[in-house]
Every structure is written in C-alpha cells, then in structure tokens.
Ligand binder design. Structure first.
Ligand code: PNW
Length: 454
C-alpha cells in the first residue's frame, strides 16, 4: 500500500488558469532586430555602474529568436496561459509617429504559436521599456508620455485583439516610478524631488487610464482589460479583528497613488495631507480617466508587509522585518506565504474587484547545476508550495482569483541585478542558451496536472 500524504488535498476549482510570466526586455534580446528603437533600459544598462557586473539585456534569453522553443517548454509544463509583454520600441521605435510593422509581426507570430499550442496569451503593454525618444522629452514627467502610451495601446490592441483576449496596460506602476524616478536604481535612473516623483506617479496612472479608454475604443468588443500592480501586500501580524481591520486601512493608504486611485478615482486625504505642497497637480477629469473601469485586476505578490493596529491617526502601523527575518536569494523577498491569502482577500473586498489574477509570484534562488545536469532548487519549491497553499486557502473561501502566473518561466535579465539573480523554473546557461527544467518545474508541472497541491 502506498504511504499516505499524497492525494487530492488542496484541489483548485475547475478551470483555474495556471501560467507563467515574462517581460520583453528581460527575455527577448535582439535589441537591434527588425527596426526596434532604443528603450530607457538599453541606455541605463549600458551606463557604467548601473547594473550588476554591467549586465545588459542585449542578448538575455534570445527569446526573440527562440520563442518557439520557449512555447514548447510551456507546453511541456501543461500551462494553460502565458503572460508576456510587448516592447513599445519595437512597435513605435520613436514612441510615437510611424509604426514599425516588423515589430508587430513578431508578436503576431508569438501569439499564433501560443494559440497553436493551446496556450492563452495574456499581454502586458508596458513592462518598463519606455522608448528613449520619449524619455528625451521628459518621459513619465510629461503628460505627453501618458498620451503616447494610450495611442500605442490602442494600436496594438486593434491588431492583436482578434486573438489576444486579455491585456494588461502596465506592469507595476509603483516600481517603475519609485525606482526609476525616485531612488534612481532603475531606468531612467533619476532622483527627482518628492513633488517631481508624485507627478510622475500621477502621469503613469493617468496613462494607464487613457490606455484603458483607447483599448475600449479600438479593440474587438469583449476584449478584457486590466493591469498588473505590485500592491503592498498588507498582512495582519495576528489574525484578530483589530489587526485585520488595520490591514484593510493600510491596503488603501499604502497603495494610495497606485492601485487605490486606479480603483477608486480618489487620492486619499492622508496621502494628499502627507504630501502637502508636493501633491501632484491634477483635475477632477484626470481622476475619472484614471479610474476607467477595468474588467480584471492583476497583483504581483512576492513578500508580505506586516501590519498591526495602532493608536496613530492612520489607525495602523507597518512592522518592519527584524534582521533575522528569512528571505530568498534576493534580500527583499522576505518569506510570508500568508501574503498570498491576505492580499487577494483584502484587495477584492476593499476595491470590489470581480476578477483577480496573481500576475506574478516566485522567487530567486542561488541555483547551481549539479554534475548530473539538474538544479535542485528546494528553496524555490518550498516557497511556491507554501504560497500556493495560502492562495488555495483564499480561493476555497471564495476569493475570486481566476489564475496564477509564476515568475518566471526562464532565468532572465533581472534588471539592476543583471543575470546574478535567477528567478526561472528553467535554468538558462547564458553562454549556450540551453534551457534545463529545475526541480521547481517538475513541482509546478505536477500542480498543474492535478490542479492541486497534493
Ligand atoms: C517585478 N522590489 O519587479 C517585475 O515585474 C519583474 O520584472 C521582476 O523580474 C520581478 O518582479 C522579480 O524582481 C520587482 O525591489 C522588482 O520590491 C523589484 C521589486 C519588486 C518587484
């Protein structure tokens, strides 16, 4: 008799979508192919001292040329869906003006290849590769970029929405604004004043809203529009009503200029008060545009932010992790599986979201290839198993999560961390471009096959 412990534990609902996620600049390479324009990440990564070891996305996973092989990796896993991003500078090399048909052709081929293999494409329109020509005119500091983004979004969706039925406008507005224009650790590497950064955030959420409107105007009827946002995943320190209530307040306030304004059309009083004279300049019309109705929302969740009730005017306090708190290979990925229970639950309740996706979840590991040619990433498997268990807990309580996209299919260009931090469930030898499934790929394949964790 087989030992117990395996079986149908933690079954997900029928039709739950299992996917993987990638982004154009992190996997494509081929930065000069077929008329692609320069993006801010080309400029930034080629600026000495900005990225780990001077790493750039010039070659990355060479997925621009190897996409068929990568679709076969997805098929072998049994994926139902895949999230990928479209490089704006391939479509409009200068950001605006004349489109580049060869750029669009590439994504036509990718979409056709996915569909031919039974994989539903979910496309992100902006995963941080802003055309450099727009940055030269102020980038997200300028409202002209918000308008150019909407135009690009309408153009792409007009051409792909006969086959791509789900689009995400932006990926992680909070990350690309704060790191790109605040700390300067991501492209374009600016350190603006508090007021300057607040205006960048405003222009980015405005661009998101304008893009939603442009997509509604030009895409095939029934095309679903959402976004993928790295919300602060507030998690009550103790599961008692007072701390859960504090986490709900924190969900609004901590995400005030990002997901909260997108969902509600209002900047919170606390946010405006905190910024005072540095608050962004906006009109009531802007707020209506920013909160244009979405069909679904995506949240990227890697780590928890612990919250407790407090006597402060806000009614909550953030609890920072002590130095001993465990994390994955990237120090910022502190391990808190219950974030994948609380964040979807609170987000869907507070913002009344009808359809939610986990558009990214995953982790870096200090992966090494064994002499036998495998990668035994038991830490990533541990991480995924525990986070998915908490996701399951929410789904079985009725939290409307429709699908999960694991970051990432492949080791890839991890922005300022270059190739040092690997997030893939397939190992990539960056000298030969050989892909090898890690232990985590075998784990994920089993989860998908059983639609369950056990
Ligand atoms: C996300 N942080 O980025 C992105 O959407 C991906 O492109 C990226 O590869 C993935 O997560 C893993 O990092 C983030 O410092 C980058 O908090 C940095 C942070 C969060 C998200």
């Amino acid at each position: 008799e087989a030992p117990s412990g395996a079986g149908s534990a933690h079954k997900f609902p029928e039709g739950f979508l299992w996917g993987s996620a990638t982004a154009s600049y992190q996997v494509e390479g081929a930065v000069h192919a077929d008329g692609r324009g320069v993006s801010i990440w080309d400029t930034f990564s080629h600026t000495p001292g900005k990225t780990f070891d001077g790493d750039t996305g010039d070659v990355a996973d060479d997925d621009y040329r190897r996409y068929k092989e990568d679709v076969q990796l997805m098929k072998a896993l049994g994926l139902h869906t895949c999230r990928f991003s479209i490089a704006w500078p391939r479509i409009f090399p200068e950001g605006t003006g004349a489109p580049n048909p060869k750029g669009l052709d590439h994504y036509n081929r990718v979409v056709d290849e996915l569909l031919a293999n039974g994989i539903q494409p979910y496309a992100t329109l902006y995963h941080w590769d802003l055309p450099q020509a727009l940055e030269d005119k102020g980038g997200w500091q300028s409202r002209a970029t918000s308008e150019a983004f909407a135009h690009y979004a309408g153009y792409v969706t007009a051409h792909l929405s006969d086959r791509v039925r789900h689009f995400m406008t932006t990926n992680e507005i909070s990350t690309f604004t704060e790191l790109g224009y605040g700390t300067g650790t991501h492209a374009p590497g600016l350190k603006l004043s508090r007021a300057g950064l607040a205006q960048v955030c405003h222009n980015a959420v405005l661009g998101q809203g304008l893009a939603v409107q442009a997509i509604r105007a030009s895409a095939r009827p029934g095309t679903k529009v959402g976004l993928a946002e790295n919300i602060i995943a507030v998690t009550p320190v103790v599961n008692t009503p007072e701390h859960i209530q504090a986490a709900a307040i924190a969900m609004r306030e901590e995400n005030a200029p990002y997901m909260n304004v997108v969902q509600t059309g209002e900047y919170t009083d606390a946010y405006l008060k905190r910024l005072g004279a540095d608050a962004p300049k906006f009109t009531p019309e802007d707020l209506k545009t920013i909160s244009s109705k979405l069909d679904f929302a995506g949240i990227n969740i890697y780590q928890p932010t612990y919250v407790r009730a407090s006597d402060s005017p806000e009614g909550y306090a953030i609890v920072p992790p002590p130095a001993s708190y465990p994390h994955m290979y990237s120090p910022w990925i502190t391990i808190g599986p219950e974030a994948l229970y609380w964040a979807p639950k609170l987000a869907t309740q507070i913002w009344n979201i009808p359809e939610l996706y986990i558009t990214e979840n995953g982790a870096s590991s200090a992966d090494v290839m064994t002499p036998e040619g495998t990668v035994l990433d038991t830490d990533r498997v541990m991480y995924l198993r525990n986070y998915l268990t908490q996701l399951h807990r929410g789904v079985s309580e009725g939290v409307p999560v429709k699908g999960y996209f694991l970051w990432s299919l492949l080791d890839n260009y991890e922005w300022a961390d270059g190739y040092e931090k690997r997030f893939g469930i397939h190992y990539v030898d960056f000298k030969t471009q050989k892909r090898t499934p890690k232990l985590s790929a075998a784990f994920y394949k089993e989860v998908i096959a059983r639609n369950a964790l056990g």
